[in-house]
Design a protein around this ligand. Structure first.
Ligand code: PEP
Ligand code: MN
Length: 362
């Protein structure tokens, strides 16, 4: 397939606006043969919109495969020429931005280990000034949303118009089910903050293993994500990086087929009427909950007055433990998880302490 610069740009725009947007390819470009075979098998599925490949790999420890470097860029060019798939690579320095653009990489992405570092992000932003290229920004390795939105702002200020977000999970101490904890609620906050940006899920780096990829992908679709960036390899077990989490192009196609795709809305009066009725009930209950919480705070203030008169501390550990034990036991009987009850009572308790503190300070 021959592609001119103009038609390719149209293609990149079409991919950027396609839902779901599916980006796939190996964690790392290893050899020209491996990259091209992966691209061709991905293209053959008809389900993939863009080819990813790491060329410069930021590795946690030295001595691991750190990517083939700029010599992999012509391989990507060739893969694009043969399959028509636009390409994306990770960039971490200004020089890498220039090299990637010289070899017509269509979309750049900023990795999690770069988003954490404002100096690096600023260097990338400076290299991007005056360039018209879409940029995807991964969440930082640590759950600091300010760093993530800070990176978005730096890139936006450099004049980049098309920015997308990639949720790849957050590292945590010790062994957990996930390689990087998804912390969905944090990612969703980011999605709500930037509703117009494509919001892409990276199940490979969240899971770190193949067996839980599909569940994670379904969850992302249930949460209205705009697409996936997922690693694939012609021989996953022998991949030079991230072997445990990669799948073959054919397995990827199977997974995409078994996802229940959901839409955000539907043009049905019956559906909207039923939903509105139920939402009114929820609003009513939320109002009642707040009234009750407000009454609870008034009683807490009365207790605060007694504590003040008798010079007693606000925090009473025994009483607090008793409240939590009582509430979690009751909650579990009526379908409220222990985790939720604990978080909910923590918030209520903190608010009570603040109310009592005001009484004690008055
Ligand atoms: C990658 O996409 O291969 C990668 C290095 O990811 P992350 O920046 O999320 O660790
Ligand atoms: Mn990887």
């Amino acid at each position: 397939m021959q592609t001119t610069a103009a038609s390719l740009n149209e293609k990149v725009q079409a991919v950027w606006n396609k839902r779901p947007m599916i980006i796939s390819g190996p964690c790392s470009a290893e050899t020209e043969e491996q990259l091209i075979a992966t691209a061709q098998r991905l293209a053959a599925t008809g389900k993939v919109d863009m080819l990813r490949a790491g060329i410069w790999k930021p590795r946690t420890k030295p001595g691991m495969f750190e990517g083939v470097g700029a010599k992999g860029l012509p391989w990507l060019q060739q893969a694009k020429k043969l399959t028509g798939l636009p390409t994306t690579v990770e960039v971490a320095t200004g020089k890498q931005v220039q090299d990637a653009l010289t070899f017509d990489v269509d979309v750049l992405w900023i990795g999690a280990r770069t988003t954490v570092n404002p100096f690096s992000v600023q260097e990338l932003a400076d290299a991007l000034r005056g360039v018209d290229v879409p940029v995807l920004i991964k969440n930082p390795v640590n759950p600091d949303m300010e760093l993530w939105s800070g990176a978005v702002e730096r890139v936006a200020r450099a004049g980049i118009k098309q920015i997308g977000l990639i949720h790849r999970g957050f590292s945590s101490y010790g062994n957990t089910e996930y390689r990087n904890a998804p912390m969905w609620h944090l990612a969703i906050d980011m999605k709500l903050k930037y509703p117009d940006m494509p919001f892409i899920n990276d199940p490979s780096h969240i899971c770190g293993r193949r067996d839980i990829l599909l569940d994670t992908m379904q969850k992302a679709i249930d949460l209205d994500y705009d697409g996936f960036i997922i690693e694939s390899h012609i021989d996953p077990d022998n991949a030079w990086s991230d072997a445990k989490q990669q799948v073959t192009p054919e397995r990827l196609a199977e997974m995409l087929d078994s996802i229940v795709w959901r839409r955000e809305d539907v043009n049905s009066e019956e559906y909207h009427a039923a939903l509105e009725k139920l939402r009114n009930q929820i609003n009513q209950l939320d109002d009642e909950l707040m009234q009750i919480l407000s009454r609870r705070m008034i009683i807490a203030e009365q207790i605060g007055q007694y504590k003040k008169d008798n010079n007693i501390t606000i925090l009473q550990t025994n009483r607090w433990n008793e409240i939590i034990e009582r509430a979690t036991a009751r909650g579990e009987k009526i379908g409220l998880s222990k985790e939720f009850i604990t978080r909910y009572f923590d918030a209520v308790h903190m608010e009570s302490i603040n109310h009592q503190k005001k009484v004690l300070d008055s």
